[in-house]
Design a protein around this ligand. Structure first.
Ligand code: ADP
Length: 175
């Protein structure tokens, strides 16, 4: 089941919340900052351990940590692409950020997961295009696996919320 809500992802009670992180895994602004702030230092501790093992997280990949004080079991940190006018494989990399997060979640028996609108903040990915990629990727995943029961898109800004609702309602999304 796919749901769309408007709100703050740090408040959502699910098995895993996804963070739009950066390659350093050391925290940043936007949703990344909000997650580390609300979840406490345990998340950064785990991120640092991952960094010392594999040197951060590449664009399109995902890693998993504790959720610290958040009302979730895990935080899945993925890195979306910075928008560069479509010249750097951004569509594919954004899709990979969603699909690799879902795979990692399924490996950890996650049944409920919430996503922010990855790359549509500081990374400036066009919102409608990003939302279509997000829907297509999670829909494709659900046709191959029924391990994850509930996928929630948590929109923070009204523009994304309106776009996601429009896509959720349209029966024949033209991808
Ligand atoms: P990126 O660098 O991937 O663009 P940002 O954090 O700048 O990451 O933005 C990604 C999306 O997260 C944006 O749509 C922004 O509005 C949204 N966002 C910011 N804070 C929160 C929050 N607390 N909960 C959910 N979404 C948030």
């Amino acid at each position: 089941m796919i749901e769309v809500i408007k709100g703050d992802i740090t408040k959502i009670k699910v098995d895993a919340i996804v963070n739009a992180a950066n390659t350093s895994l050391l925290g940043g602004s936007g949703v990344d900052g909000a997650i580390h702030k609300a979840g406490g230092g345990a998340i950064l501790e785990d991120c640092k351990k991952i960094r010392s093992k594999q040197g951060g997280c590449k664009v399109g990949e995902a890693v998993i940590t504790t959720a610290g004080k958040l009302p979730a079991k895990f935080v899945i940190h993925t890195v979306g692409p910075v928008w560069n006018n479509g010249n750097n494989n951004e569509d594919m990399l954004l899709s990979l950020a969603y699909s690799n997060s879902l795979k990692l979640a399924a490996d950890h028996n996650v049944q409920t997961i919430s996503f922010p609108n990855i790359s549509t903040g500081i990374y400036r990915f066009p919102k409608y295009q990003a939302a279509k990629i997000a829907f297509k990727t999670v829909t494709d995943f659900q046709t191959t696996s029924d391990l994850i029961k509930q996928i929630i898109f948590v929109c923070f800004d009204i523009e994304n919320y309106n776009i996601y609702n429009e896509l959720l309602k349209s029966e024949n999304i033209d991808f």
